[in-house]
Design a protein around this ligand. Structure first.
Ligand SMILES: [Cu+2]
Length: 260
């Protein structure tokens, strides 16, 4: 999506100019804090100065698979939104093999407890597609599940550690839910077979979702040694290790292939 260069420059400036700035990193880490956003708000400078940034790229090795399209003809509202069919988002390979929609999170090495953000995360059913396809949030944080369509959906979570939910949303509106256990699970709509999403729930704010180019960025890491997991709904998961020392930024790349 955007280059990491600006983020790197910001980091250097942040370290030089903002040394000693100790704003809490507890509230950061929302996936909406897009990687490498130009100019980053003043708040993000504090966040960067408070901890290290881990960034990297997730790649798919091999030929990019063709994006499947599912017919939505069974529902007039959905069909109107996608007359050519609904493109599947479960295998999206972008520029230079970048793999989108991979959940990257710190699986091991995180100490302490972290307060959930007050701002809800949003899972929006719009045009009979979940937006975003992968939504991440913290334990206890509100997930607003919204129906923006003039047709009925049902929301069926395939969770194991959190109680399974299955409820209808027959009309536009929102339901707020929270999750008590860290878990990555799928959500589907039993009415529209093509509709699926991924929800990632974490007990700390150190997670991200790879963008269309496979890039991810996790900010605010305290010094330490971490186990990092990259999780993809079709290709499984991988682990890497990273050591953060002196607040210096680190990179960690992952690569998936069909053979795994
Ligand atoms: Cu639906």
């Amino acid at each position: 999506m955007k280059t990491m260069v600006s983020a790197g420059v910001s980091l250097v400036l942040a370290v030089l100019l903002m040394a000693g700035c100790r704003t809490s990193a507890r509230s950061m880490g929302a996936p909406e804090a897009a990687p490498g956003q130009p100019g980053g708000a003043a708040g993000s400078v504090h966040e960067i100065a408070d901890g290290a940034t881990l960034s990297g790229t997730v790649k798919f090795e091999g030929d990019a698979p063709r994006v499947r399209k599912n017919s939505a003809e069974a529902d007039g509202v959905c069909h109107k939104a996608h007359p050519e069919g609904v493109p599947s988002e479960s295998m999206l390979v972008g520029k230079d093999g970048g793999l989108a929609n991979v959940v990257v999170w710190l699986k091991g090495g995180v100490n302490g407890t972290f307060e959930a953000p007050k701002t809800p995360a949003l899972l929006n059913q719009e045009g009979c597609v979940y937006k975003p396809h992968v939504v991440t949030l913290m334990v206890g944080q509100t997930l607003e599940i919204k129906n923006s369509d003039g047709t009925a959906h049902n929301v069926h979570t395939l969770s194991k550690l959190n109680p399974e939910m299955n409820f209808a949303q027959p009309a536009p509106g929102s339901e707020n839910k929270t999750f008590g256990s860290p878990e990555i699970f799928k959500v589907k709509c039993d009415i529209h077979g093509w509709m699926s999403a991924v929800v990632g729930v974490f007990k700390h704010p150190f997670f991200a979702v790879s963008d269309a180019d496979g890039k991810f960025e996790i900010k605010g890491l305290p010094d330490g040694e971490y186990v990092v997991e990259a999780w993809h709904e079709k290709l499984g998961k991988q682990e890497g290790k990273v050591k953060i020392s002196g607040g210096a930024a680190q990179t960690l790349d992952f690569s998936f292939s069909d053979e795994e």
